[in-house]
Design a protein around this ligand. Structure first.
Ligand SMILES: NC(=O)c1ccc[n+]([C@@H]2O[C@H](COP(=O)([O-])OP(=O)(O)OC[C@H]3O[C@@H](n4cnc5c(N)ncnc54)[C@H](OP(=O)(O)O)[C@@H]3O)[C@@H](O)[C@H]2O)c1
Length: 284
């Protein structure tokens, strides 16, 4: 994901007193790190990132202008706030590797799917505040949503800090940890489902004679507008759908096809399957 274009909105103030490590600065970690820089939440010298491959560390260091290495322990030692972005099965080993740097004064925020706060606390071997987060890729444009849940040793200030971090890339919600796999199946994976829906709508536009670029714009802006209506009016989506659906008009014919094709059930099953898979990921 190359360019970041975070919309000006509620811009959180800079956190000059906090240094941050992003351990596993891949797709998601990179999105967060670039958003922090773009939003001036952290100055480049406050950020220490790591990846697995030394040559990638060198390339990212010059691309982002921050310190990127392969030394997790060193990055964790330098940081007050430690973001964990490696693959779920790698998390326990990574936490053990950095455990000499962990103290109750530090905050660990893991955005790895599936990995429970308790597993991280146990690997840490110290009463460190662990927050689990599930962001999504529209965070790259400041339009993400992240669900957060707290481990056993998290203070209010630590939770507020995590919320401020994720507020730079979109909305945040706080949930009980038992819901985190469901969040993964819905909003973590959800952008992929919606891209397929937008792609299909654009394809449909082409089928009924629209130029592809026009059809894609119409489909994407319609999805964006409908989402904005739900979020900003607070109306139930069914009520908003009813307002588009004139008796004996065109929309009801379209809806009939959607129902016959089982769109609702298919989406519900997709989220159920992804949630189920999220429950298994930490095991590798
Ligand atoms: N992608 C999403 O939409 C999304 C959304 C929410 C949460 N997540 C979570 O984010 C995590 C990463 O997913 P991703 O899609 O960003 O994957 P990714 O692009 O493969 O990123 C993983 C990164 O971890 C690095 N890494 C691997 N082993 C390491 C180690 N021992 N020490 C330090 N860094 C190491 C890799 O380095 P190299 O680049 O050198 O290989 C890579 O940069 C996963 O746990 C996933 O569940 C992803």
């Amino acid at each position: 994901m190359a360019e970041i274009a975070v919309e000006a909105g509620e811009v959180p103030a800079q956190l000059p007193q906090v240094s941050v490590a992003v351990l596993g600065a891949g797709k998601m970690g990179g999105i967060l790190l670039q958003a922090f820089l773009k939003e001036n939440l952290f100055a480049p010298e406050q950020i220490h990132a790591t990846v697995a491959h030394a040559e990638r560390a060198v390339a990212l260091s010059s691309q982002w202008g921050v310190n990127v290495s392969t030394d997790n322990l060193d990055a964790a030692k330098r940081a007050d706030l430690i973001l964990v972005g490696v693959k779920p099965f790698q998390v326990p080993d990574l936490i053990k590797e950095i455990s000499p740097a962990l103290t109750p004064a530090k905050t660990v925020v893991s955005f790895a799917a599936s990995v429970k706060t308790r597993a991280i606390e146990e690997a840490a071997g110290v009463e460190v505040g662990v927050i689990r987060a599930m962001p999504n890729t529209p965070s790259a444009l400041g339009a993400g949503v992240a669900a957060l849940c707290r481990g056993r040793f998290v203070s209010e200030q630590q939770m507020e800090l995590a919320q401020r971090i994720f507020a730079t890339v979109g909305r945040t919600v706080i949930v009980d940890e038992k819901h985190m796999d469901a969040v993964t199946g819905l909003s973590g994976s959800g952008p992929a489902y919606l891209y397929i829906i937008i792609e299909a709508l654009a394809e449909a536009g082409v089928k009924v004679g629209l130029p592809r670029d026009v059809a894609t714009q119409l489909a994407a802006q319609t999805a964006f507008g409908a989402a904005k209506m739900v979020l900003e009016t607070g109306y139930h989506p069914a009520l908003l759908k009813d307002a588009v659906t004139t008796p004996a008009g065109c929309t009801i014919d379209g809806i009939l096809e959607l129902e016959e094709g089982g769109l609702r059930v298919t989406l519900i099953k997709a989220v159920m399957r992804a949630t189920e898979r999220a429950r298994q990921l930490a095991a590798g």
